[in-house]
Each structure stands twice: as structure tokens, then as C-alpha cells.
Design a protein around this ligand. Sequence first.
Ligand SMILES: Cc1cc2nc3c(=O)[nH]c(=O)nc-3n(C[C@H](O)[C@H](O)[C@H](O)COP(=O)(O)OP(=O)(O)OC[C@H]3O[C@@H](n4cnc5c(N)ncnc54)[C@H](O)[C@@H]3O)c2cc1C
Length: 410
Amino acid sequence: MTDTYDVIIAGAGPAGGQAARDLAARGYDVCVLETESEEEFPSRSNKSTAGTFPSTMASFNIPDEVVMNFTDDVVLESPNHHFERHQPGAVLEFADFKNWLVDESRADGAEYRFDARVSKPVMEDGEIVGVRYNGDEEVYGDIIIDATGPSAPLAKALDVCVLEREKQAIGIEYEFEGLDLDPAGYADLTDTMMLRLDHNIAPGGYSWIFHTGEDTAKVGVCYLQNEAHRQNAQSGYTVDDYLQYWVDTDPRFENASRIEGKQHRGSAHVQLPKRMSTDNFMAIGDTVPTVDPLWGEGIDKCMRSGRVAAATADRVLTHSERDTSASELAIYDQLWHERVAPKGKNRLFMTEMLYRASNERYDTLLEDLHRVPQKRLNAVNDGNPLAMFQMLKFEDLSILASTAKDWFSN
Ligand SMILES: Cc1cc2nc3c(=O)[nH]c(=O)nc-3n(C[C@H](O)[C@H](O)[C@H](O)COP(=O)(O)OP(=O)(O)OC[C@H]3O[C@@H](n4cnc5c(N)ncnc54)[C@H](O)[C@@H]3O)c2cc1C
């Protein structure tokens, strides 16, 4: 077993798996270190609802075999209203998807070491040249990529990204059977992905029901422990308690039961990254962090960050003089802002405003959505400031002012 590679990747999630896939396909020696055991992979890291859209499926050639259910529409719910939009999607079986990434990259020659918990960088003359894992084992590479999600042991040690506790979103999800997907008074959730804005269920965040076929669905809650959460929180409630409260009070769950062993939980940081690379090093996926602030779409973004990191590595490694210095790898940061999270700042600002709004404002927002032209909705979703401004009402000025105040004081 060689212990020196072109690229070492810590973490076999969507970001690390995709980076390994692209690099192996280009003929580089790649080694992926994953903390979980191969037999149970993914276990703790099987955290995602894994709702995706056709553009992701096509861009990364994701096969139908890892899809649990193809959906037709996206539904937004507030306490008393809903808004439906035709937007095809696919709910993946996240575990199968992660294993598919491993198989694909392995087929092109990537080497995987499971049961390999990365703890810190191996440094030489102030630069990372390898990683330490499982206590005292070491492996070396020209480029090291941290793709371990929020644990980020290498990025933290190199001071590349500082993940803020205040910006950590936590999520919990169960898979259910026996759901009533089309009761009177609610949207028909058959073949849909539904997101609900309701501080009684997810204070400072949102909840969801993603249909996975017949009478089954993925049902979850996530929120940031921010000011909006504190204002609306129920004393002593954990994220699990909120999900239980929803299940106990919503008639759609009256005859529903949890599917044994189908529980997913995890976290991601919703914040703007400052930098993502340094000498011989790039941080990708939720290590950066990369997840879309507004709707928590992380798979597409993380795979795209893996892809632009692989393209950057390819660019610097093809030179006969391999220059993997910070200034050469900074192209990754540039590509990230252009191709992974364009208008990231605007979308983050919009998200912070959205979660500060009241339940009553969520109701009026959803009523308004029926009247807003599709083109403008697309522009809002793309983070267009003018389109965002056009959605505001007079009563939003105080939210706008407090969001702006916090934004500029941080
Ligand atoms: C509850 C929940 C629901 C979500 N729903 C959706 C959704 O519907 N659609 C969507 O697009 N996104 C969703 N996301 C977001 C998406 O899952 C993440 O953005 C994405 O998984 C991040 O990918 P990643 O590769 O950066 O990191 P991760 O998926 O976190 O993968 C990191 C990998 O690194 C490994 N690892 C960790 N530490 C170490 C270490 N020290 N050494 C070695 N290996 C290590 C882990 O075991 C894991 O395999 C959801 C997230 C959560 C938590």
C-alpha cells in the first residue's frame, strides 16, 4: 500500500465522493479516508433527506437505482396556507447514493480506507503535507482536501474556516408509514416535497414531508439556534420534541408510525465562508460550509464544490512543476463563488429575514406567492436584490432593519 498520493480526501460524503470520482476519472492517485466502517457505511453519516432536482441528477449522472421516489411538485406550507409549484424532483436513498459514489470512484481507481478517522494535519515548514489518522497513522499527498462536513478537523487546525456555533442548523428526521397524504384542508402531498414555515413546529427554521412512495414519507424538522428560535421556542424542547409535537398534533400523522431504524440526524452551518484554501489544501462541501442557506439543499452544492476542487487540482497538478501554493489554489475560492454559491450573500440575507418573520407573515407570504409571476419567484430564489425587495411589505421594515443591523455588526 503506497502512502503518498496526488490527492488525499478526508470524508466520503457527497463532496468528497464527487471530488474522488472526478480526480480518479482524470487518472490521479486518490486516497479517501472515511471514519465509518465499510460494512455499516453510511451509519451516523446517513443523515440526509436527500431531496434533489433533475439538474443535479443530470449534471452528475446519478442513476435511478438510488432514487426512492420521483416527485412532481414542491409545496410550501405556512400555518394556514399552502402554495404549490410544479417542479420535478427526486428523493434519493441517501445511503445507496453515498455507496454509489464510492463504487463509481473506485471503478476509476480511487482507493478508500474505511475505519480511518482523520485527526489532524501533518505539517512541514508550516504547510500541510499529509494527514494523521487513527492515532499515529499517516498518509501523504500533494493536495489534501477536507470533506468531513461540519467536523472539519483539518480546516479548523489550518484556520481555514471558522464554523460559528450560532450559525449551526440542526436537523432530525424519521421515515414514516401510514401517512394520510391528502386529507381535507391540506395540499395533496402525493409525489411532492413539502417544506413548512411554522414557528410552532420549527422555531427559527422549517419542517418537511417528502413523499417516498405509497403511504411513506421522510418527515423532519430543522432550525438554527438563533434569535428567532429563542423568541419562539417552547421551554425545554429539543429538536426531537418538536418533531414529536408535530406528529402528535397534525391529523396527517394520526395513523402513521415510524419505520424501524429509519432515523436521520445531522447539522450544517449556515454562514458565509471567508476562505476555503491555503497551501496544498482545499476545504469542500459542508466543511466550508456550502449548504444552500434558504432551503437546505446541500447535495448539489457539495458535489459542485467537489467538482470545482477537482478541476482546480487538475489545473495545478498537470504542470510539470507542481505548484500547489495558496495563490494557485485560490482559483478554487473564485470558482466556488462563481459556480457553487453565486449570490450567496443575498440568499443568506434573505434567509435570515425569512426566519425572523412571524407565523402571520408566513401566511400572508404564501397568499402573495399565488399572485407573484413565476419569473419574479425565480429571480428571488436566485438572490436577485430587486426581486427580493419587491416581495417586501411595509411591516417587513423592522425585520429588514434588525437583520441589517446584525449583519453589519458581525
Ligand atoms: C437532516 C438533514 C436533511 C437534509 N436534507 C437535504 C435534502 O433534502 N437535500 C439536500 O440536497 N441536502 C440535504 N441536506 C444537506 C446535505 O445532506 C449535506 O449538505 C451534505 O450531506 C453535505 O455533504 P458533505 O460531503 O459536505 O458532508 P457529509 O455528508 O457530512 O459527509 C462527510 C463524511 O465525512 C466523514 N467524516 C466525518 N469526520 C471524519 C473524520 N474525522 N475522518 C474521516 N471521515 C470523517 C463522515 O462519516 C461522512 O461520510 C440535509 C442535511 C441534514 C442534516
